[in-house]
Design a protein around this ligand. Structure first.
Ligand code: NAP
Length: 276
């Protein structure tokens, strides 16, 4: 399958966020990280996900600078770490993030976790202030459960654009998907390959064999079928290209049903400070 067949337009949502992005957590070697970002952008990716906590915002910025793609065509998201969530630190640390990313503004800024210094009344107005200043285009949250979304929506005058949560065939997030649909919030799937576990699921292997695809591609195609944006992390060109080619994998109703029916539920990201 040729990777050139997918134009960025083919994956861009009306909301302006491309539905397939590149994750960068643990892509920590500066040169490698910049190269993965450059390679993904030159391949067609237009959505890059990073975070203050990944320690790679500078390398992500370098990868963007090295790619043959204008900054304005790229949807760039970063996240404010849980220790930076009081009002002043949100402003200050985001200013630092923009410097590191070498950009005047990010397209989306997330609260990384509703934990640590997170206090809706203090944290969220700082996000609104950054939006007023033009430093961020959209306000996002991450790892929010319905009760955190309820609370945040009460505090914010601006809409919550997206909630980034773990989501894949082994953690299908039915309740959050319904909540986000009802309230016009984009769901962004992190760990969309279940950090590699998708390769061990028989149902996914069966669908993959049927389509001459990889389990990674099947997981990404299933998410796309559900209207969910996915940000698989990949380091090598091979993995970056394999995930990009998921855009050519069309699941039929039988495939989708088979994946919907997977009973196993396995969360991969579950730190002690998680709110659940
Ligand atoms: P993931 O994307 O589910 O899986 C990444 C793993 O799969 C890596 O080991 C990668 O290896 C491998 N891989 C990627 N494509 C592959 C392919 N086509 N074939 C075989 N193996 C492949 O896990 P993740 O990194 O946890 O999640 C993705 C992104 O979501 C993160 O990078 C980060 O940007 C974001 N995230 C956010 C949060 C949050 O709290 N908001 C939490 C977790 C993750 P290589 O690296 O060697 O290619």
């Amino acid at each position: 399958m040729s990777q050139e067949q997918f134009s960025p337009d083919s994956v861009e949502r009306a909301s302006g966020m491309p539905m397939l992005g590149l994750g960068t957590w643990e892509n920590e070697d500066p040169e490698q990280c910049a190269e993965s970002v450059r390679s993904a952008l030159d391949m067609g990716y237009r959505h890059i996900d990073t975070a203050q906590a990944y320690g790679n915002e500078e390398s992500v910025g370098e990868g963007i600078a090295q790619a043959d793609v204008p900054r304005k065509e790229i949807f760039l998201a970063t996240k404010v770490w849980k220790s930076n969530l009081n009002y002043d630190d949100v402003i200050h640390s985001t200013t630092e993030s923009l410097d590191k990313l070498d950009t005047g503004a990010v397209d989306l800024l997330y609260t990384h976790w509703p934990s640590g210094e997170y206090d809706p009344e203090d944290t969220l107005p700082a996000f609104e202030e950054l939006k007023d200043r033009g430093a961020i285009d959209r306000i996002g949250v991450s790892n929010f459960e319905p009760e955190h979304l309820d609370e945040a929506r009460e505090v914010l005058d601006e809409p919550i654009f997206a909630n980034q949560v773990e989501c894949h065939p082994l953690l299908q997030q039915e309740e959050l998907r319904e909540y986000c649909d009802d309230h016009d919030i984009e769901l962004v799937a992190y760990s969309p390959l279940a950090r590699g576990k998708v390769f061990e699921v028989d149902e996914l292997s069966e669908v993959a064999d049927k389509h001459d695809a990889s389990e990674a591609q099947v997981s990404l195609a299933w998410l796309r079928e559900k209207g969910i944006t996915a940000i698989p992390k990949a380091t090598s060109d091979d993995h970056i290209a394999d995930n990009w080619a998921s855009l050519g994998v069309e699941l039929d109703d039988e495939d989708v049903e088979k994946i919907d029916d997977i009973d196993e539920r396995e969360r991969q990201v579950d730190p002690g400070f998680a709110p659940w």
